[in-house]
Design a binder for this molecule. Structure first.
Ligand SMILES: *Cc1c(COP(=O)(O)O)cnc(C)c1O
Length: 376
């Protein structure tokens, strides 16, 4: 990770968050060391209960990282060779790679023209007799259209697995994402809205039987030592990450409110800049701004211009999934996913973290404005 001190405005600043709650984090870590509860044990169980209740689900199964949580869920849902799973064309590769790894076939669907989540209007055309499920991603922290997606799933008899890696506490119609599908996957990668100090992930579900199968698969195929009902994998949250996450969880709502206030300030200061498209929030959605993503025709020039002024930005993602070398076998062309293809050369994520100062936001916005002015 880059040293944030070399930037006027870093993209994120994990150390600032630590400094804001140093004694609680240090005490959490010391507590795990004192009791040697390194793997599973009371800290893991406590966090599982707290996280399930924070989102509003009955069961939480923690695991080693967000990617594993997708893989574990897909496996427990009984994916068979040839089964097709519909995923959005724009996401982090975990969303699609885990479908393949769990034995299924990835079927990409384009994203909405104005937002960045899977376009429900495109899903039905992708359903075949072999389709078993849909994995919507609440990308950047904006909920996918869960009404439309759940309606299609019900009509076609498909399951829905929500990828909530970027959307802790995001809400659709006043209900937390992660409570719509049969199961939901979360990542606590350090840079996520709720981040551990290492890798961590979890699954949520209200289905007791699915919860049991997911927990068994994550724990060598059995919940009691020595009992192996089938060959599972080893994917577990460790006690230190769990204790750190428990210390951070009470702050999540406040950090989320900060992200929303920062986004509001950005959107106010960036309004009316020619050529710049700001993120839009769909009706009845609460965006939690894991990322604040703008679109610009000359994105690469804008990126360089900001970098020259000490402003660190990131491109999420420089290539939509169907066009990656990893999916060359599917032989997709840009016209298969026109929106995702258009966006991959236009999206730019501006600095976004709860501790960013109003002055830093102003520096970013002034630079974006002067780029637009110099260019015209
Ligand atoms: C971060 C992320 C994941 C994977 O999480 P890891 O904890 O990094 O394995 C999956 N899907 C999306 C959309 C993500 O952003």
């Amino acid at each position: 990770m880059t040293d944030t001190r070399t930037f006027v405005v870093p993209f994120a600043d994990l150390h600032a968050q630590y400094l804001g709650m140093q004694s609680a984090i240090d005490a959490a870590i010391a507590g795990v060391i004192r009791t040697s509860a390194f793997i599973r044990g009371p800290f893991v169980q406590k966090f599982e209960e707290e996280f399930a209740s924070a989102i509003g689900a009955k069961h939480c199964i923690s695991c080693a990282n967000g990617t594993d949580s997708l893989y574990i869920a897909l496996h427990a849902l009984g994916l068979k060779p040839g089964d097709e799973v519909i995923v959005p064309a724009l996401s982090w590769i975990s969303t699609s790679a885990t479908v393949t790894q769990a034995g299924g076939q990835v079927v990409f669907c384009d994203i909405e023209p104005s937002g960045f989540t899977i376009d429900p209007a495109g899903i039905e055309a992708k359903v075949t007799p072999r389709t078993v499920g849909i994995v919507p991603v609440h990308l950047y922290g904006h909920p996918a259209d869960m009404d439309a997606i759940m309606a299609i799933a019900a009509k076609r008899g498909l399951w829905v697995l929500e990828d909530c890696a970027q959307a802790h506490l995001a809400r659709f119609k006043r209900r937390n994402v992660g409570t719509f599908g049969v199961a939901a996957s979360f990542s606590f990668y350090p840079g996520k809205n709720l981040g551990a100090m290492g890798d961590a992930g979890a699954l949520l579900t209200n289905d007791a039987d699915l919860a049991r199968r997911m927990a068994m698969y994550a724990r060598h195929g059995g919940l009691v030592k020595g009992d192996h009902q089938f060959e599972g994998i080893n994917s577990r949250l460790d006690g230190m990450q769990a204790a750190i996450l428990s210390a951070k969880l009470p702050h999540l709502a406040g950090w989320t409110a900060r992200r929303q206030a920062i986004a509001a300030q950005y959107s106010c200061l960036l309004a009316g800049i020619p050529g710049l498209e700001l993120p839009v929030v769909s009706a009845e959605c609460e965006h939690v701004y894991h990322l604040y993503v703008v679109r610009h025709q000359r994105r690469d020039e804008l990126t360089k211009y900001l970098a020259a002024r000490g402003i660190q930005t990131v491109i999420n993602y420089p290539m939509a999934l169907p066009f990656l070398p990893a999916y060359r076998r599917l032989k997709h062309s840009p016209r298969d996913f026109p929106v995702a293809h258009r966006d991959q050369s236009r999206v730019l994520s501006l600095p976004m973290f709860p501790e960013i100062t109003p002055e830093q936001i102003r520096i970013v916005c002034d630079a974006v404005r002067s780029f637009a002015a110099e260019a015209t």
